[in-house]
Ligand binder design. Structure first.
Ligand code: MN
Length: 252
């Protein structure tokens, strides 16, 4: 069982991509960070599971990153073999940015298999990447993952407000990070997200602050921006985030 009362929530962090990754698992434990340790390839899953085997704070996601589909799309078969052992799934999704658009059809084929496997198993929690693909992601969720067969957390969501509203209607949660508040207008997205659908994340080590990668649990800025967007104190926001996490994970 995971500790029901974490101090911090980092629901999308690549612990295994830090240089000192073994220590990062310990840091999450010591600092009481409820962490979803996402992976980018199913081959990484076993090692991550070993490192988190006694953890009360680290959940490990079985992942197949959309940006890697050009190289490792055949690992979908390994993903399908492992899925029954994992409650958490991520990082998965679609990326239609120029650098990855060439594989977009292949990404869709793989993501369809992922969603079907999740729907068949039931009870999974997915951390979903959706760069320039908000509408397609939502269409595919609607088609392949009935709401009672899985829970979706949209990671670093960058779609339109209309898409966000549609995602809310589909029951999605949103994990938000410091960077999401940088762009003009992005704060207005966070304002429309219902406070009971928000979690925090870092996407470390991909997000850099003061020339070094953010560490797991560096969510203070996200918390403070959520609190100003929603007119609540940071203390209240932290309490609500804990409630959201408990609700999300109990709905399986
Ligand atoms: Mn990521």
């Amino acid at each position: 069982m995971f500790d029901p009362d974490p101090d911090l929530i980092d629901y999308h962090c690549h612990l295994d991509l830090y240089k000192d990754y073994e220590q990062q698992f310990e840091i999450c434990e010591r600092r009481r960070i409820a962490t979803l340790a996402v992976t980018t390839t199913p081959r990484a899953w076993n090692r991550n599971r070993e490192l988190a085997s006694n953890s009360r704070f680290v959940r490990v996601g079985l992942g197949l990153h959309p940006q890697l589909i050009g190289q490792i799309s055949e690992e979908i078969t390994l993903f399908e073999k492992l899925i029954s052992n994992s409650i958490f799934v991520g990082e998965v999704g679609l990326d239609a940015s120029p650098a990855h658009y060439a594989t977009f059809q292949k990404q869709k084929a793989v993501f369809t298999r992922i969603l079907k496997a999740c729907a068949e198993e039931g009870g999974k929690i997915l951390s979903v990447h959706s760069v320039r693909a908000g509408k397609t992601i939502l269409d595919m969720l609607e088609e392949h993952l009935p709401r009672n067969r899985g829970r979706v957390v949209l990671h670093w969501f960058s779609g339109s407000i209309t898409e966000a509203r549609r995602a809310i209607g589909l029951g999605c949660y949103f994990s938000v990070n410091n960077k999401m508040f940088k762009k003009t207008g992005r704060s207005s997205l966070v304002e429309v997200l219902p406070i009971d659908r928000i979690l925090t994340e870092t996407d470390g080590p991909f997000v850099v602050s003061n020339n070094s990668p953010v560490g797991p649990g560096d969510t203070q800025k996200a918390v403070s921006l959520i609190s100003s967007a929603h007119g609540k104190t940071e203390h209240e926001v932290r309490g609500l985030l804990r409630e959201n996490l408990a609700r999300l994970e109990s709905m399986r």
